[in-house]
Design a protein. Structure first.
Length: 381
């Protein structure tokens, strides 16, 4: 049985100034969430308080649960935003918990959600559906994609300084066996998440695209992602820089889950890149895997790609860091690798493929995200 989701909320120490919106390169910020040479987090910084919106002046709309803003719900603010925008439309979200389903439609690009609290946990957007949760109209269950608390279909979306969560309580619902519960589902291109927290258990963060033939890109900077089983998954191209990736314990002495489950299409050389990240957990040593290859509907062309480089890995990750997926899909046929990691879980064995320095030079935030348009939202290459 999965462990219940933790209720302790962690701060993400990054500055609010320098908002990244619409693929614009950010100003330099302190890499407070990145590991130092010992694998410890850098000294905590502080966020700017309310009123700072990344140099874009006053927000276009304000959401406040107490009724003192333009809207009391995030979705209402999104619904009122203009369609077809070509420049950022900034929605400031004041501290509070917003218990609602949020959908950013494809017709509304360039939306930005910016939490105005001092830390990311001050603004929480959450819901609690799971794959197996019955729909109220009796037409079946939500399914994995339908369980998402937040769905992003609008391109050039930005989120900063807030928390997205799926609060599905596994222990309270033993009758629900399909427990995948997505906090955020993305299917659009050129997305930036800066100082954002993603909370859940199984399938927390679903980074996908609109179809198997489409490559969608997302950049996660100084974020915190937690879960237990396959909690970063999908076919999108995603870069995680300076993030904490936390595996929750399921109470097992042998298998406490998998960080990633990529389904990168074979024609796409770039799946998930984790660089300057910290992989942490309270799970026993050697009981967590970095990933396993997901083949949706047994698609043989979904050949997952993951690279973990220049990161700190805790002891919860063991000598066999990669695992097979059910149905006979071997991790050895996927594109899994590491480079220049450190920490007690950064073991080098025949079952943990390592890139050479020359090989690693071709796998950077720049190469992952450039695409055909030269998109470069990252702090550095």
């Amino acid at each position: 049985m999965h462990a219940r989701r933790r209720t302790r909320l962690l701060a993400i120490p990054v500055a609010v100034l320098g908002l990244v919106v619409g693929g614009l390169a950010p100003t330099a910020t302190a890499a407070a969430a990145a590991p130092d040479a010992t694998g410890e987090a850098a000294p905590d910084g502080t966020r700017a308080g309310p009123g700072h919106h990344g140099g874009h002046g006053r927000p276009d709309a304000t959401v406040s649960a107490d009724g003192r803003g333009d809207f009391t719900s995030v979705q209402a603010a999104i619904d009122a935003a203009p369609a077809g925008a070509t420049e950022p439309w900034v929605i400031a979200v004041r501290p509070g918990e917003y218990r609602e389903l949020v959908k950013v439609p494809a017709a509304k690009p360039f939306l930005a959600l910016v939490g105005t609290g001092r830390t990311a946990q001050d603004v929480v957007i959450a819901y609690d559906n799971a794959n197996g949760t019955p729909k109220p109209d009796g037409t079946g269950t939500y399914g994995t994609s339908g369980s998402a608390s937040v769905t992003v279909d609008g391109a050039d979306f930005t989120a900063r300084n807030l928390t997205f969560a799926n609060l599905f309580d596994e222990a309270a619902h033993p009758e629900i066996t399909n427990r995948q519960a997505v906090a955020v589902l993305t299917r659009a291109d050129r997305l930036v998440f800066d100082g954002v927290r993603f909370l859940g258990n199984q399938d927390t963060l679903y980074v996908n695209s609109s179809s198997a033939a489409v490559v969608a890109r997302a950049y996660f900077r100084d974020c915190y992602v937690e879960g237990d089983v396959d909690f970063v998954f999908g076919r999108a191209t995603a870069v995680f820089e300076g993030c904490e990736i936390r595996s929750l314990t399921r109470g097992s002495t042998t298998n406490n889950g998998y960080v990633t489950a990529p389904s990168t299409m074979i024609a796409n050389p770039f799946g998930f890149l984790f660089t300057r990240c910290r992989f942490t957990s309270d799970a026993p040593a050697g009981t967590v895997f970095l990933g396993r290859p997901w083949h949706p509907s047994n698609d043989p062309d979904a050949i997952g790609q993951v690279l973990v480089r220049d990161s700190w890995i805790g002891a919860h990750v063991g000598a066999p860091a990669w695992s097979d997926f059910s149905g006979g899909w071997s991790w050895r046929d996927a594109r899994f690798a590491e480079h220049h990691n450190r920490g007690p879980g950064a073991l080098v064995t025949p079952d943990r493929p390592q890139l050479t320095r020359a090989e690693a030079a071709a796998f950077t935030p720049r190469t992952y995200l450039a695409g055909d348009d030269g998109w470069a939202p990252f702090r550095r290459s």
